[in-house]
Design a protein around this ligand. Structure first.
Ligand code: SF4
Length: 178
């Protein structure tokens, strides 16, 4: 115990270093998403994440958006607990047979206008799980998809770029559905 206390005094903190210098680029990107959300919706963007059968790698990157490095809440991007409060469904993974019905119900429970973003290679075309007996298909095979963000997994920055692209094309999507 005494040795542990002594070592904690002579060693520096083991926490991670401060955010990298590309913080400015990230802030700029997140601010752009915030402005685009306000222009399209008149308020901040609410996101519901749906794991339709992923390996959880994509979830780790999505969760990172809320960690101390990215802290998306400061830009008005909220992850919500219910699809009834969501503007965007972020769907990960190939859609497994077990999750097919749940995904359909989540989609139907989300009020219009709504957008679906398929996150990761698996959400696009089942990725490494293609051909599995447990997989019903990619997200677009089950519900309409407005945007694919590819990668295995996509980084938080790629997720932000995808959300920005989605908001920029939102008028087109709304027009097509009207
Ligand atoms: S895209 Fe990659 S990280 Fe995401 S669910 Fe598939 S295998 Fe996992």
């Amino acid at each position: 115990m005494r040795q542990t206390l002594f070592e904690s005094l002579i060693h520096g903190p083991l926490t991670e270093a401060a955010p990298a210098p590309d913080e400015a680029a990230l802030v700029e990107l997140a601010e752009s998403v915030k402005r685009a959300a306000r222009a399209k919706l008149g308020r901040s963007l609410s996101i519901r994440q749906v794991d339709a059968g992923s390996c959880n790698g994509c979830e780790l990157e999505i969760h990172a958006l809320n960690n101390a490095f990215y802290d998306l809440e400061r830009f008005g991007l909220h992850f919500v607990a219910s699809p009834r409060h969501a503007d965007v469904l972020l769907v990960t993974g190939p859609v497994t047979r077990n999750m097919r019905e749940a995904l359909l119900r989540t989609y139907n429970a989300t009020p219009d206008p709504k957008w679906v973003v398929a996150v990761g290679a698996c959400a696009a075309d089942c990725g490494v799980f293609a051909g599995s007996y447990a997989v019903a298909g990619g997200v677009k095979d089950i519900i309409p998809v407005d945007l694919h963000i590819r990668g295995c997994p996509p980084t938080p920055t790629e997720l932000l770029k995808g959300l920005l692209a989605l908001l920029h094309q939102a008028n087109d999507v709304a027009g097509r559905r009207a």
